[in-house]
Design a protein around this ligand. Sequence first.
Ligand code: ADP
Ligand code: MG
Length: 299
Amino acid sequence: MEHILTINNLTKRFGPITAVDNLSFTIEKGNVYGILGPNGSGKSTTLGIVLNVVNRTAGEFSWFDGAMDTHEALKRVGAIIERPNFYPYMTAVQNLELVCKIKGVDTDKVDEKLEAVGLLDRKDSKFRTFSLGMKQRLAIASALLNDPEILILDEPTNGLDPQGIHQIRQIIKEIAAQGTTILLASHLLDEVEKVCTHVVILRKGASLYSGRVDGMNASHGFFILESNDMEQLKATLESLPSIDKIKSEGEQLVAYLNQPMDATELNQLMHQKGIVLSHLVKRKESLEEQFLEITNNLN
Ligand code: ADP
Ligand code: MG
């Protein structure tokens, strides 16, 4: 597996504030990564460090397995970390041609990149006539001009209307489908869930979870139970290897599974042990509930 970016024990302090706290993760080619966390959790600072616009306090990062220095490596990276800034009275094409000149890349890719972000039919419109969503899409086209191996986006849908948000997410997925690795920062669980294959969840600069997005949802669910003999119910649940932890909630017990089991199976087991259940419901936490649990529990 080819590593695009490796971050080891990265830390950034701004005076008394630790913006990034001993952060480590690896980006492998072809995946779509999300850095997910509330405002102020260190997402932009992390991106700034690996893009060489913020100095780190401690730790290391290396691009492309250290095969080249950061300056060379960043020529193979496309990034949008600030609001797009183009010349208002120039057209989309003219703006992108100017970017090509500045970056020293051929202008023959301009139409292809405008097509990729759905702006080819507006190529001769002036930038100032563009909606916020179109401006953001032009910025993505601009970041793609050098055919980067990885595209980095900081909160790409912030401030857009629902249609604009949908278009940007669609474009990101299409770019990823063509094989470009993507790293995006977002405070929206929903965005990461819809767009990303992998996620690093940050809270106060530290990683709380790092792995596949579907791995976040690996919970097997839980039962909500009631019986006329709650003591015996609790003791029996405690003896079952498939039950992880048990919580009391009012009159009921909540039993969390550590492996798959359906309600019928549990009901039969309880019946065999002479327990009559007056209430049995199986539930699974939504990703949102799990995310809130991950980010809140350590307060
Ligand atoms: P996010 O992008 O997740 O919203 P940031 O990386 O922007 O978070 O900020 C992380 C923390 O670092 C915040 O507490 C923020 O106030 C602080 N911070 C970011 N940049 C600076 C800076 N240039 N000077 C001082 N503090 C900063
Ligand atoms: Mg930010």
